[in-house]
Design a protein around this ligand. Structure first.
Ligand code: GDP
Length: 325
């Protein structure tokens, strides 16, 4: 299928075209990369925007239960929901696969939902690019909300925050030193903290945890992109489907406020620049990773180590020979 036709079908809401386009953006073959780039430019022209929600939480906190319940609620409101995942570890761990349809059975049967597991790549940069482009394809396909799920470990939150309009951190109730468990940097990224499992025996602990986080959030520096009262901590029970509508209301309030005050467009522009920079860096590194470049690097390294060549001259020689396309 020609890129033009594929693009038209996606814009018309054809699900098979959507799945095919995502497979295309996930491919690393050079000809597929060129097609994917043309397709994304075509789709961008349609100017459609979804609300992109990044969602992070450690395994077991209730991400898939939450996404299923939250997604079903959104569908009940007449919205179309896509779920994507960013999980650089999925190939290695063999553990729970983010975005796995069997973990969201009801949602996966809905015609207004689209669920795509994380691309299997162990390199975060590769997963990030593919997921970001999948987000763009889903957006063009007319989804209203795109949930981008990630695990609460390492660098993947940063990557997800750079492709989301708002970032939600899902936590479980716990006693004692809970606050120590969440890295400050991750807390600073959150627009909304949701303390899940606020039900049954866990309710008192959830209430305590939620007020601890609300207190901690108040201590953070006020960010210009936030309306009064944000970032905020709230309680939900994904299981009992409590607090989900309230959480969505707060998200909508945040989105509307940012749109009205120019922060929405500004953030999207900053993100585009961030990814442009990342693409340039990755392309440069790829050119230095060819067999010939690696061999030259090894030769030059020996000479630098032996003191025959200054590091700067060796670098200059490396770049002048191997950076040209
Ligand atoms: P994930 O690994 O973050 O995707 O977590 P899951 O959605 O698989 O949930 C992990 C466990 O927590 C499962 O046993 C769920 O039944 C349970 N769970 C999820 N949400 C809730 C909730 O709101 N309340 C309670 N009590 N348990 C929950």
């Amino acid at each position: 299928m020609q890129t033009e036709e594929l693009g038209n079908r996606i814009l018309n809401g054809d699900r098979r075209a959507l799945a095919r386009a995502i497979t295309l953006v996930e491919s690393s073959r050079a000809d597929h990369r060129a097609e994917a780039a043309a397709l994304l430019d075509r789709l961008r022209g349609a100017g459609r925007q979804a609300v992109r929600i990044g969602l992070s939480g450690t395994p077991g906190v209730g991400k898939s239960t939450f996404i299923e319940a939250f997604g079903m609620m959104l569908i009940g409101l007449g919205l179309r929901v896509a779920v994507l995942a960013v999980d650089p570890s999925s190939t290695r761990s063999g553990g729970s696969i983010l975005g796995d349809k069997t973990r969201m059975e009801r949602l996966s049967r809905e015609r207004s939902a689209f669920i795509r597991p994380s691309p299997s790549q162990s390199h975060l940069g590769g997963v990030a690019r593919r997921s970001r482009e999948a987000v763009e394809v889903c957006e063009a396909a007319g989804f209203d909300v795109i949930l981008i799920e990630t695990v609460g470990v390492g660098q993947s939150e940063t990557v997800v925050a750079e492709m989301s309009d708002l970032f939600v951190l899902l936590l479980a109730p716990a006693g004692g030193d809970e606050l120590q468990g969440v890295k400050r940097g991750i807390m600073e990224m959150a627009d909304i903290i949701l303390v899940n499992k606020a039900d049954g025996d866990l309710k008192p602990a959830a209430t305590r945890t939620c007020s601890d986080y609300a207190g901690a959030l108040r201590l953070l520096r006020k960010r210009p992109q936030d309306p009064e009262g944000f970032p905020k901590a709230m309680m939900v029970s994904a299981w009992q489907e409590n607090g989900l509508a309230e959480a969505w209301e707060e998200m909508c309030h945040l989105v509307d406020w940012r749109r009205e005050n120019g922060f929405w467009d500004r953030r999207r522009a900053e993100q585009a620049l961030y990814w442009f920079d990342q693409e340039v860096r990755q392309a440069l590194l790829a050119r230095l990773a060819t067999p010939a470049a690696k061999a030259a690097m090894a030769r030059l390294s020996d000479r630098v180590a032996a003191g025959e060549l200054a590091p700067a001259s060796a670098a200059e020689e490396m770049l002048s020979t191997h950076l040209a396309g």
